[in-house]
Design a binder for this molecule. Sequence first.
Ligand code: BEZ
Ligand code: FE
Length: 309
Amino acid sequence: MSVKTMETQEVIELLEKVAGFDRPAGNDRVKTIIHRVMHDVFQIIEDLDITPEEFWSAVYYINELGKNGEAALLAPGLGMDKYLDIRMDAEDEQAGLAGGTPRTIEGPLYVAGAPMSEGFARLDDGTDTGAEVMLLKGVVTDENNRPLANAIVDVWHADSKGAYSYFDPSQSEYNLRRRIKTDAEGRYLAQSIIPSGYGCPPEGSTQALLTQLGRHGQRPAHIHFFISAPGHKHLTTQINLAGDKYTYDDFAFATRDELVVEARPVTHSAQGERHGVTGPVTEVEFNIQLVSTDRQDRQAMHQRQRVMA
Ligand code: BEZ
Ligand code: FE
């Protein structure tokens, strides 16, 4: 069956009523968006000759997705977070705010309000005894490579099983999450453990759809950052560790060449020893360059629903 109904007066009027165009109440922006969304959904049904069986399986899929709390997990898997980044990069270009360390997606696993430290912090609670000790270090500078003191480096990552505190209730509060204020030379230093990559819940709705697409739901080992400093554009980014099976095959499309970082095992670290970190460690260095702006809206991170533990 292949019928064409989209141009009929009946469908045009139906879409207008669906979006509330015939009523003064409501929100005009929402009306415009819903009109367009429903138009495009109807069009897809027509163009791809979607059967009632396919349509209802999609409806009940969305029910399951919501029940599993996975909508914000499916979104990056379908490239939506990456697409928003592509748009923000293009907007930066247009506004003369391009440059510096590239952004990449935030993901759904940030928790606000991590403890704040000056210059150095230990991120892990010491319970992951089999994990490799990591020393994460770097300098925050402006575009002219001048160090930025008192920049806030808000860092979070998974444990050696790929799980995040708060979302994994077996971990202690704020485990592997800290905010570090850079020192007078713009430096930050963190003792932690080498994370493992994240994997979508194997029985969840996201993995079910990815399987239909012939895709996996894995991320490489990675470390997230929010970096902010007065007078500079807020940066949301993350580094992917080199050598992971998924470094260049991230289901969430967060990898950027400039953000792939080597983890280097060393027998000892003088910097670490100053903070009581003795013995062999694996060093990860990530220097961050911020772009200056006086636009207040760009100095703050964009608003979205986040965990405020
Ligand atoms: C993460 O950052 O770990 C993540 C990002 C997108 C989807 C799932 C997890
Ligand atoms: Fe992550």
